[in-house]
Design a protein around this ligand. Structure first.
Ligand SMILES: [Zn+2]
Length: 266
């Protein structure tokens, strides 16, 4: 077991697009194992390779909903998103956090459904239809592989607040990384968290590089939303067994404003 240092925002590798994994080596296998250990120790529900200083398209997740435990890893993922939004990310904002911005939470609207496609360490294809918080985790981690942090997607009001908070964070400004266990847990960094106010109104998220923030542009052309709908709703067993229809934006508890902040960090 090895717990790796987690880089904090401002470190270049976090803000660059990650490279594809061409070949699975023992180093890659060890990296996935160490990333998983690091995520557990943080604790967090997801972790992407750039967060531990490796610019490769890999992320891991572990999220327990009321009904099921979802965990795994993916290499070279694609993500196909599905509403509700109108041509852009819109919907109910939920408080999100990031292990690379320790101690902070801000409301962010995400697509309610996401289909994750990629491969695992054995080269087996992966195809997971997710909803609610699992879909949010996939979007957050996929963004990491594009060099996008959730702070980049915040609606103007929250982004402004985040920039001020981060600029005044002694920890983030004096440390390039923190090591779970050695430096405590991510929740230890939360000093003033009192549950940020979350409007029920729809929130327009900030634009990130124009087209990239548009959900339809996130590999949407390869498999359109209609197909995802069918895969989820028509009883297709292969996809359905991976879906968690019980998870929705309101019932995923641990991520909501009244939830435990430590459970929401990715
Ligand atoms: Zn993150």
């Amino acid at each position: 077991m090895a717990v790796l240092p987690i880089l904090t925002t401002g470190t270049p590798v976090l803000h660059q697009r990650a490279a594809r994994v061409d070949r699975v080596t023992n180093d890659i296998r060890a990296l996935v194992a160490d990333m998983t250990d690091t995520m557990h120790e943080a604790p967090g529900v997801g972790l992407a390779a750039p967060q531990v200083g490796v610019g490769l398209q890999i992320f891991v997740w572990r999220y327990e909903s009321d009904e099921a435990l979802h965990q795994g890893h993916v290499l070279n993922p694609r993500l196909i998103l599905r509403g509700p939004w109108k041509g852009r990310f819109r919907g109910e904002p939920e408080e999100e956090g990031c292990l690379s911005i320790p101690g902070f939470r801000y409301p962010l609207a995400r697509a309610h459904r996401a289909r994750l496609v990629g491969t695992d360490l054995e080269g087996h294809p992966l195809d997971i239809a997710a909803r609610g918080w699992l879909a949010r985790i996939f979007q957050h981690e996929y963004d990491h592989l594009q060099g996008i942090l959730y702070r980049d997607r915040l609606a103007r009001k929250w982004r402004k607040e985040a920039e001020i908070d981060i600029a005044h964070s002694d920890f983030i400004n004096t440390r390039d990384s923190w090591t779970p266990g050695e430096d405590g847990q991510e929740s230890d960094f939360v000093t003033e968290f009192d549950g940020a106010e979350v409007d029920n109104a729809e929130v327009d998220n900030a634009e990130v590089d124009g087209a990239e923030v548009d959900g339809a542009e996130v590999d949407g052309a390869e498999v359109d939303g209609a197909e995802l709908d069918e895969l989820i709703d028509d009883g297709d067993n292969h996809v359905r067994e991976n879906a968690d229809p019980t998870v929705d934006d309101n019932s995923a508890g641990s991520g909501g404003p009244s939830g435990t902040p430590r459970d929401t960090q990715v």
